[in-house]
Design a protein. Sequence first.
Lengths: 158, 158
Amino acid sequence: MILSRTSQYAIQALIYVATQPAGEPILNRKIAEYLGVPAAYLAKIMQSLCKGNLLYSFRGRQGGFCLREGGEKTDLMQIVSLIEGVGFTEYCVLGLKVCSDETACPMHTKWKPIKERIVSLLHEQTLDRLAVAVKSGKYRICDLPMAMMGAETDPAGV
Amino acid sequence: MILSRTSQYAIQALIYVATQPAGEPILNRKIAEYLGVPAAYLAKIMQSLCKGNLLYSFRGRQGGFCLREGGEKTDLMQIVSLIEGVGFTEYCVLGLKVCSDETACPMHTKWKPIKERIVSLLHEQTLDRLAVAVKSGKYRICDLPMAMMGAETDPAGV
DNA sequence: GTGAAACAAGATAATTAGATCGAAATATGC
DNA sequence: GCATATTTCGATCTAATTATCTTGTTTCAC
């Protein structure tokens, strides 16, 4: 609805890395397996994240990916603008090329505050905060195992 | 960022129809020309809008498209759910298949209120209100002519 | 050296956007 | 009434974008 699948995978992967002990390189394969996303595609995304200076990569044996120092403070806005391009928040809801305070689409004034809330939410969510939430066990960054889906609606509990 | 191009075109076209005198069928060609969008593609979208009971269509000479009676009260949510499918607002920001109050991604609680604001904005914006805004001349549903782009930065005024 | 891993670039698949074309319908002129 | 121009309808086809896979190379620990 808002983010491309690429951005979603990038965020999930970075959160996962942030939940792991710092300093130990993590395999792309492991991340992909955990998240249940295609490893080859994820590898490409991880490369972008390296080029964008969010990750370190180590080749060869004992290789893998690590957060850069201070990387726990990376916020979602940084990740998203890296993937979708800066200014992805500037797009007009109705798709107009030019839609600013001066000359706008009829949704502009109402949409602007919502957009601002989205931006500040993306800014305030940092990898460390998200990692804590995941480590607490209250939240997930990967899908439920199929078996569990709809488990609540199953009175027998299987 | 939020809506597919198809939804954007659908909304633009419906607003345009709503600005025109009711009862007079409007040509797809005219709408496409005004909005500056591909006519063939728009025609397809118009068909969906007819099937979704938002528009009437008339074939042959003097044909064209009209809002259905009461159509001025159509809100953007109706249009969008027709095009993108109902439940497009239910998607998880991080792309999880299941993300509800019971079991969620770490963004869920913060994202939910924003999502609700988006939904209510889409609900409160009806075609007649948007049409009024456009007819007032304060807002646009089509792009500026190329010549005007950046006109403000041109001291000579060309 | 050898094997495990990231790296790079391209090929393929899926989805979305847009174009084409032959109908079917209908107001209008004759 | 009948031909005709005008328009939507419907189905299919192409192009562009996005997501995914493949293959080979480089790097590094052992």
